[in-house]
Design a protein around this ligand. Structure first.
Ligand SMILES: [Zn+2]
Length: 703
């Protein structure tokens, strides 16, 4: 997917530094140690390509002397840090963005309580919200005026707006209630998640938030068209749906400070399909427990840990920023920490030429349906109040079977469906009717579809799945057969569907009621597969991917792999590798790229330790690719300590067993553009690549 809907500064801006300190009224020494004599050498030490610096954090106080009447400058501003960062970045020719807290502004809520979100009736009046009403005066009286001030006074190049999607709250002010009444036709706004109209209210809150973002994006672009804008986490994995409705320039989010790799595994496979430039910001520091616990203070992450997190993102074409907040309020950067980040920066920069601007080689698409996702909120938060666990579980299971996995919402998949050999729909029961029909057409035309969740039988119809019927139990635990009944694994699902296989369907294995593999089995199979048109469907009537996200049982993954091998027995690309290795299948400049990312931790298994360090190399890796041409070269990049061998095996010339009557003198009549390949030279064959090991990230490039 190309990036036609967004903008970026240019290719050479790849590795960024994000610096913020959320200025507050406790500060006393802001801006005192970031003059050119200190900042320029620090930035030269790190050598980022672009910089985002502190500007206004969630306390709502600026770290520059704002003249906007409703603005609040932190009393700790001694020198104008932003001016100094601007001068240093101009000298070093680096674009400068502002970190600006958007919808969350404590100072504004104290100065103008009437600007803040009005909580639901009955909420605790002692806890007024610090979040701004998206329809109130905050946008025009403060946010947009300050952005214009920053553009005019400092000529900043962009805004990374924080405290946004995840901080927005439902607002019960007269303006918001009137808008809700007008749009929904409902007289009252729901106040509880038990209200049947809660999803509409949640959707209204999301729409109101997006309209607020659109207004400041438009204001900035009208004021200075070349200034770029991003709203933190908007349009990421936690915000599926058409990304054209808010015209931000690029997509970004700050990854979790601990246990962040699984989140990045999803973002990497998702953001590359959004049609905008993107990055993920990695926290340079971490703590072993929750945020803000005094007995678990922040510490710098090991270089290996940051490199591993970065590799996951670069493998699918993302840019990378590193977030530094060293806990010194003067604006100083800490040299030893910069040196470590420089090591990560080198790791990132040397990958740019290969990794930037790649496109995906479609293999397995996992549907992350926006229709399903938004239809049943599980909490009030616009980012975390929805259930994406089955999608995550599918991505983890399939990635660990070494398929190339893309995550797509309906908006993306409906545009590219036929490019994917396999589509997996993990328990997305409330997908749209349009998507159901498109997937049925896809299968009839030759597609391979893997459906899970008992409710899919109703959505797709019994005969499409090869069933005569399905009896549903509200909740149950059964044992799935693995390796032809040699072992089994328990799966708890709410609900479970017991399959009654029809004439066209073929049952796979039998469900067990105990770990015994050969007795106390049910008559019903664990899965059913059936041919439909030129394609095939595989169906498991249980929440297997939700379970895998939760439990990660190895035998459950093996069961998934066995079903995938039946559904997709002859993939063009197949990879054998240790479990810890994720792959990304990409191409660029007419060359195929196969990325291998080692997710191992070198730290012994300790449940309270989220650090990754001293990553051990894992292997061997084996890649097999069926090709239509003999490659000119096969190269192994970035992992100099491991060896790569490759060989080419031409396919024997087929006796294709049918006659042709084109110009070449065969008997039958048909179009000249016969595409069976029998008239071409025998170029088909298989490349087999064997690699000893991968430590963090290596790429096989086949030309
Ligand atoms: Zn409001």
């Amino acid at each position: 997917m190309s990036f036609e809907n967004g903008r970026w500064h240019g290719k050479r801006y790849y590795f960024g530094l994000h610096y913020d300190l959320h200025a507050s009224d406790n500060d006393t020494e802001l801006g005192t140690r970031c003059g050119l004599d200190e900042l320029v050498p620090a930035l030269k030490l790190l050598r980022p390509d672009f910089v985002q610096t502190d500007c206004k954090g969630h306390p709502g106080m600026t770290s520059w002397p704002t003249t906007v009447p409703d603005g609040t400058t932190s009393p700790g501003v001694v020198k104008d840090a932003l001016r100094q960062w601007r001068e240093a970045t101009r000298q070093l020719k680096m674009p400068l963005h502002c970190h600006y807290s958007g919808i969350w502004d404590r100072a504004a809520s104290q100065k103008h309580p009437e600007w803040a979100v009005v909580p639901a009736p009955g909420s605790d009046p002692a806890k007024p919200s610090e979040k701004m009403c998206p329809r109130g005066p905050y946008l025009d009286k403060l946010l947009i005026l300050q952005m214009k001030e920053l553009i005019d006074r400092y000529e900043v190049d962009g805004f990374w707006v924080d405290g946004e999607l995840w901080a927005a709250e439902p607002c019960y002010c007269p303006l918001c209630l009137a808008a809700f009444r007008e749009r929904s036709g409902l007289a009252e706004a729901p106040t509880s998640m038990d209200d049947p109209h809660w999803p509409e209210w949640q959707q209204f809150t999301l729409d109101s938030f997006k309209e607020y973002v659109s207004r400041y994006v438009t204001a900035v672009h009208e004021h200075r068209p070349e200034v770029l804008v991003c709203s933190n986490w908007l349009q990421t994995f936690r915000n599926p749906g058409c990304p054209d409705d808010v015209a931000t320039d690029w997509i970004s989010g700050d990854n979790s400070w601990v246990w962040g790799l699984d989140g990045s595994r999803c973002e990497a496979r998702w953001l590359c399909n959004r049609g905008k430039p993107w990055d993920i910001m990695l926290w340079a520091f971490s703590c072993s427990h929750g945020m803000g616990q005094p007995n678990s203070p922040w510490t710098m992450k090991p270089v290996d840990m940051l490199a591993q997190e970065a590799a996951m993102l670069m493998a699918t074409g993302g840019n990378v920023q590193i977030y530094e907040s060293p806990g010194v309020r003067t604006g100083q950067l800490v040299p030893w920490r910069l040196k470590r980040m420089r090591e990560v920066g080198k790791f990132i920069s040397k990958r740019r030429r290969l990794c930037q601007g790649t496109l995906g080689l479609p293999q397995v698409a996992v549907l992350h349906s926006e229709a399903h996702y938004y239809s049943r909120p599980t909490g009030k938060n616009l980012m975390h109040g929805y259930d994406a666990n089955p999608v995550r579980g599918a991505v983890f299971a399939l990635s660990e079977c070494h398929y190339g996995v893309d995550i797509m919402d309906e908006w993306a998949l409906l545009q590219t469906l036929d490019a994917f050999p396999v589509v997996v729909v993990p328990e997305q029961l409330r997908l749209s009717d349009e998507m159901v029909e498109a997937l049925k057409r896809y299968v009839r035309g030759g597609g391979l579809l893997f459906l899970t969740g008992a409710g899919m039988a109703e959505r797709f119809g019994m005969s499409f799945l090869g069933l005569d019927g399905l009896s549903v139990e509200d909740k149950a635990t059964y044992h799935l057969p693995v390796n032809k009944g040699e072992a089994s694994v328990p799966l708890h699902s709410e609900p479970w569907g017991l399959l009654q296989v029809g004439k066209k369907g073929r049952g796979i294995g039998r469900l067990g009621t105990t770990p015994l593999c050969d007795e106390r089995l049910l008559a019903t199979p664990a899965a059913v597969t059936t041919r439909v048109g030129y394609g095939r469907v595989m169906f498991v009537a249980a929440d297997i991917f939700r379970d895998f996200e939760h439990n990660r049982y190895p035998l459950t993954r093996q069961f998934v792999q066995e079903l995938m091998r039946r559904l997709y027995p002859d993939p063009v690309v197949s990879i054998e590798a240790p479990l810890a290795v994720d792959v990304a299948l990409r191409f660029k400049n007419d060359a195929l790229q196969f990325h291998f990312i080692n997710r191992s931790s070198g730290i012994p298994n300790q449940p309270n330790n989220g650090m990754v360090d001293e990553i051990p190399a894992v292997g061997p890796l084996k890649l097999t690719v069926r090709m239509g041409w003999r490659p000119e070269s096969v190269a192994w990049h970035f992992e100099d300590d491991s060896e790569m061998l490759w060989e080419w095996t031409p396919e024997p010339k087929k006796d294709h067993g049918h006659q042709h009557s084109c110009d070449c003198g065969c008997e039958e009549e048909h179009d000249d553009d016969c595409d069976c390949g029998c008239h071409e030279e025998g170029e088909d064959g298989t490349v087999t690549v064997e690699i000893d090991s991968v430590r963090i990230h290596g790429v096989v490039v086949i030309k």
